[in-house]
Design a protein around this ligand. Structure first.
Ligand code: FAD
Length: 475
């Protein structure tokens, strides 16, 4: 018999529960990827994600071929495509890894019902998380909205992490009457012009690239991670986020590797890294239980918040890294050029947008969605709502990051700023952190850089706090 293994954000063979289930049942897995962005509601993959996916699918197709199998590419609508393919190949089962985006959860539930009604065995698996969102609940039986107790309870439920190695050979599919399938170039054309050229010196999409990145992290940055993760200029984090988002690496595999290292990884570094994986778990828990969060404040008090009207020139300066605040501009340019941004700097640019500029967090979430290689609805929503103060266990709104002191602390040599804002590279410290405080020098050495920030730091902060006070006063 045949099982369709319907691939989505799980573009790997290693530790793949649906693939494993097919083999365990003695079925020949037929891996199929269906391109159907119109089924993902308002949050279909953005441009950077699509550029990544194109490469990840090419890598997966190659990996399958090496094992004697193949990847079938198809176009939506998904349900009709799965049904037609099952009919044509005589498949008896359709197996897949669960996703948690609200529009996708609804679609998948409908697909599962319909396939079962048609007499097929339809089953989904957890291949993306350490814990399913419904496995953990407060003592009252409610979803968690605070990270620390969530993670404490997760760690208490922690079982042995079992992982599964894909076999070296997969059953051949030659005997099947398969449709020709779509061409990758038609489904996900190469970016033209090639605006993604700056991404690939930093990242290699696909399972092999993911494994190599994990190994590099285990051999390097994990040692000292607890501190090093905050320093913007250093490669102090794993940079696994795009691989985890596209499912090229199972989170169980990563966690198991970290735990297997035992004492070779100091406890604070290990626990800190696992806790970051925990924030990813928490984000998916919240997204599943509060499916409105991608577009609505989790904290309803903020529904009355006096955001400033959308200010397109200011937003555009923020997107392009022309705000006049060096650490903000460095982050936004790192994002534009490489498809990734350091976590500390993500918080700083998000705070600048939502506090100093008082622009609604959705403006920022949308830009990140289109430009991040790791754009992930759970994590991105959480990151924005956390920074804006509107989310679960969020930083309070009155905590306004000062971008100059953040830069001094987390980019003490100004190396991160110099790397991404080259016109400031010759400006010495401390002027590089705040060029407007040294106008003569800045005019001479960095004439192309904005003379002052798009809003005055103190005035922007005061206006943000006043808006917040008005909100509370009004209730
Ligand atoms: P590491 O420090 O090596 O962490 C390991 C893994 O843990 C990451 O790959 C990621 O999967 C997870 N992780 C780490 N930090 C967080 C976090 N704060 N929240 C959730 N998961 C985390 N992360 C995304 O994956 N996709 C997004 O779209 C995204 N948008 C964000 C938007 C904002 C405004 C902010 C403040 C954060 C956002 N993050 C997002 C979280 C975080 O910045 C990235 O996960 C992290 O920078 C990825 O780098 P890394 O893989 O080197 O992380």
């Amino acid at each position: 018999g045949v099982a369709l293994v319907w691939l989505r954000d799980d573009l790997r063979l290693d530790d793949h529960p649906a693939l494993r289930a097919a083999l365990d049942r003695g079925l020949r897995p037929l891996p199929v990827y269906i391109h159907a962005p119109e089924e993902e509601g308002d949050w279909a993959p953005g441009a950077a994600s699509r550029a990544w996916r194109r490469r990840a699918l090419a890598a997966l197709a190659e990996a399958l071929q090496r094992r004697g199998s193949r990847l079938l590419l198809a176009r939506g609508p998904t349900l009709a495509t799965l049904q037609a393919l099952a009919a044509r190949t005589g498949a008896e089962a359709v197996l897949w890894t669960r996703r948690y985006e609200p529009a996708v959860e609804q679609r998948d539930a409908h697909i599962k019902r319909s396939l079962r009604q048609a007499g097929l065995h339809a089953e989904s698996f957890n291949g993306a998380l350490l814990f399913e969102p419904w496995e953990l609940a407060t003592r009252q039986g409610d979803p968690y909205r605070v990270f620390t107790p969530f993670w404490k309870s997760a760690r208490a439920h922690w079982r042995t992490l079992s992982t599964w190695d894909a076999p070296a050979r997969l059953p051949a599919l030659d005997a099947l009457d398969l449709p020709a399938g779509e061409r990758l170039d038609d489904l996900l054309p190469a970016p033209s012009p090639a605006w993604d050229g700056g991404f690939w010196p930093h990242f290699t999409p696909g399972e092999d690239g993911a494994r190599a990145a994990m190994q590099a992290f285990l051999d390097g940055a994990v040692h000292g991670y607890a501190q090093g993760r905050d320093f913007a200029a250093e490669a102090g984090t794993s940079r696994l986020s795009p691989h985890l988002h596209h499912g090229e690496l199972s989170v169980r595999r990563v966690a198991a590797a970290v735990l297997a290292a035992g004492d070779a990884i100091a406890e604070p570094d290990r626990d800190r890294f696992l806790a970051e994986l925990g924030w990813r778990e928490f984000a998916h828990h919240v997204l599943h239980h509060y499916p409105r969060v991608p577009d609505h404040n989790l904290d309803p008090r903020f529904d009355d918040f006096p955001w400033a009207a959308a200010d397109e020139p200011r937003l555009e300066a923020w997107r392009r890294g022309r705000t006049g605040v060096p650490i903000v501009d460095a982050g936004m340019r790192e994002l534009w050029l490489t498809g990734w941004m350091h976590n500390r700097v993500r918080m700083v640019v998000a705070s600048w947008l939502t506090k100093h500029l008082r622009q609604h967090w959705l403006h920022g979430a949308r830009w990140f969605w289109d430009t991040l290689l790791d754009a992930n609805l759970a994590n991105n929503t959480q990151g924005w709502q956390w920074t804006a103060g509107t989310g679960a266990d969020a930083a309070p709104y009155f905590r306004v990051f000062n971008p100059v002191s953040q830069a001094r602390r987390f980019d003490p040599e100004g190396a991160y700023i110099a790397r991404w804002v080259p016109e400031l590279a010759r400006l010495p410290l401390p002027a590089r952190f705040a060029p407007w405080e040294h106008p003569e020098l800045a005019r001479r050495v960095a004439p192309g850089y904005p003379a002052r920030p798009q809003v005055d730091l103190a005035a922007g902060r005061a206006a943000a706090l006043a808006a917040f006070a008005a909100l509370r006063g009004g209730r």
